[in-house]
Ligand binder design. Structure first.
Ligand SMILES: [Zn+2]
Ligand SMILES: [Zn+2]
Length: 229
């Protein structure tokens, strides 16, 4: 009962969703997203790490002004392009306080985001969901109809927990929280590790072995068995 209450309040009163451009960059199959307001042409870039020039050309080509960088977590393959993005756009950088130390030297204008905080992108917006476990400050960005999941949830997989700051129990709780979102919610993962570039919460609940686990013990056993894979 309590769990469904959590899901309901995660989506209650969401602002209208930005448009999404998904771009695969670098050699680690990373996805970046450009999120933008079609009315004001203001944009946010999620996790710029590689090929910043290409990302900014995409944004400029679509007539967008990049005002914000949204960080899902601070592994190198998600933040290595933050400094260049800030230098070239002056964008404000959004990160959870638990991981702010790694981003502070890269950002002139840092915004520490809390759980369930709404962030405006022009007249559209996203909501930060604190989803720890892969890292200590992992954050998903939820909009009305979709969610950017970073390295918390992949198509057919989930983040590792054997890096520093990893916590298998916390990741389990984060994934359970994502499972409370409406099943049609589109999933934009942090890496192109699955059979498709995006998925939905409903499809992942049916097909993703980590979301099919009925108990935390089952999840932990699977996560630890596959950790070196
Ligand atoms: Zn990561
Ligand atoms: Zn990653």
């Amino acid at each position: 009962m309590a769990a469904s209450g959590v899901g309901a309040s995660d989506v209650a009163g969401l602002p209208p969703a930005p448009e999404v451009i998904q771009i695969e960059v670098g050699l680690l199959q990373n996805f970046c997203e450009i999120l933008y307001c079609p009315e004001t042409r203001e944009a946010a870039i999620v996790d710029p790490a590689f090929e910043v020039d290409r990302l900014l050309r995409e944004a400029a080509g679509a007539g967008l002004t990049v005002r914000t960088v949204l960080v899902t977590h601070t592994h190198h393959d998600h933040i290595d392009g933050v400094e260049e993005t800030v230098r070239r756009t002056g964008a404000r950088v959004v990160v959870h306080p638990n991981e702010a130390d790694k981003v502070r030297p890269l950002a002139r204008d840092l915004h520490l985001v809390g759980d369930r905080e709404d962030l405006a992108i022009g007249r559209r917006g996203v909501r930060a969901l604190a989803t720890f476990g892969h890292t200590v400050g992992g954050t998903c960005y939820l909009a009305d109809g979709w969610v950017v999941t970073g390295d918390v949830l992949f198509v057919g997989g989930c983040g590792r927990t054997d890096f520093p700051g990893g916590d298998t129990a916390a990741l389990w709780r984060s994934l359970q929280r994502l499972c409370e979102l409406p099943e049609e919610t589109r999933v934009y993962p942090g890496h192109d590790y699955g059979s498709t570039r995006t998925s939905s919460i409903g499809r992942e609940m049916l097909e993703n072995p980590y979301l099919r686990c009925g108990t935390f013990e089952e999840f932990r056993e699977l996560r630890e068995r596959k950790r070196k894979a």
